[in-house]
Unconditional design. Structure first.
Length: 176
């Protein structure tokens, strides 16, 4: 079974995903990086040239391919689970783990990523704080609905987040 990390940008999906894959000795895939490598360009370039619908169609293809993997850790893009087909693909062979954080923490992490050259294109063309607040309000109900488990990463170290996920997996295995 795959472990699929979902949630908004800045919640730690990639960082936690890498650590979790090391702990469990499983391959790690970042869906956004996978897509960028497949397309040979960044998400920002795709969106600027082709638009968001093009990106979402390519994201769906990438999610379909990654969902066919076995026993890996997958970090999805923040909007991936807004598409019910993506959710169905990921759920078929995966445990969906929602990573969440408070607004201030997410914005700080995104700004740090931007300083490191890993900025993603904006969705609304507004200030990062306002955009994040708006998008979380829209997406959180879906995130909560599709998640099998959630962890608030705001005040936890990466190791503690990984511990929580592993503990949940072990408990799930005992029940099943």
């Amino acid at each position: 079974m795959n472990i699929v990390l979902i949630g908004y940008r800045g919640t730690g999906k990639t960082t936690v995903g890498k650590a979790l894959s090391q702990r469990l000795h499983r391959p790690f895939f970042d869906a956004d990086v996978f897509l960028e490598e497949k397309e040979g360009r960044t998400i920002g370039e795709m969106v600027a040239k082709e638009g968001w619908p093009f990106f979402r169609a390519k994201e769906k293809e990438a999610i379909g391919r990654l969902s066919d993997q076995m026993d890996c850790v997958i970090a999805t893009g923040g909007g991936a689970v807004m598409d019910s087909d993506n959710v169905a693909c990921l759920r078929r062979n995966g445990l969906l783990v929602l990573l969440k954080a408070d607004l201030e923490t997410m914005v700080q992490r995104m700004r740090r990523d931007a300083a490191n050259g890993q900025e993603r294109p904006g969705l609304l063309g507004s200030d990062i704080y306002d955009e994040t607040q708006t998008m979380i309000r829209q997406r959180m109900p879906v995130y909560l609905q599709v998640a099998d488990f959630s962890v608030d990463t705001t005040d936890l170290s990466v190791e503690r987040v990984v511990d929580a996920i592993v503990t949940f997996m072990q408990a799930s295995r005992m029940k099943g």
